[in-house]
Design a protein around this ligand. Sequence first.
Ligand code: 13P
Length: 249
Amino acid sequence: MRRKLAAGNWKMHGSVSALAELTTLAAQIDPRGCETVICPPATLLFPACNIAKPTEIAIGAQYCHPQSQGPFTGDISARMIVETGASYVLAGHSERRESHAETDSAVHNQILAVWKENLTAILCIGESGEDRGAGITLDTIATQLSGSLPDGATGENAVIAYEPVWAIGTGDVPTLTQISELHDFIRAQLVRRFGDTQGNAIRLLYGGSVKPSNAAEIFTVENVDGALVGGASLQAVDFIPIIQALNDA
Ligand code: 13P
């Protein structure tokens, strides 16, 4: 049985005052329900971990450098992330693939660094609108998956988030049939590569314009084990109903 997971990616949003949302979230979610992870900006990792420590909420970083230290101005390493108390790291988000030119091989190396510190990677993959228009969605997904997920992925150290780029922050959501096709495809790829046990243990999240209004129907899709939520994770009032929908699914 895969434990359901609701992950919030705050991206470059949230000042110190946003930590109040985390406190509200912790007070209101069912501790016996799905796993909940919040990925705040790096500046908030320490205080977020302090708030989350006595709760069931886990904290994640949004990126880490493949090296553990060195002359890499502006970067943070997995070793530094461990010190904050965080347990997850996002890898290969499309916004970083785009604005920081992160390749599959760079993401692969980041995940190795994440695993070296015993953290869990949430690998993001997803096709662009152009890919979908050209009918090469599955090729793109297969390439990203094989190129960025290293050997040795397990249900403990890896989560995959399918985030179609054209659905992120746009309000456009794929049909349930499209989500189902992609999640089944990713599951089949994982089983083929990692075997039945680990391939079926790795959780698959859907991401891209998940809202309180559409979460419940997305969670009816088989092989959707939760969501990676951007905008609607910034405020507890929006994220809580999404978490509840996942608990009820
Ligand atoms: P939105 O939920 O704002 O569309 O963002 C999705 C996302 O990119 C999460 O990583």
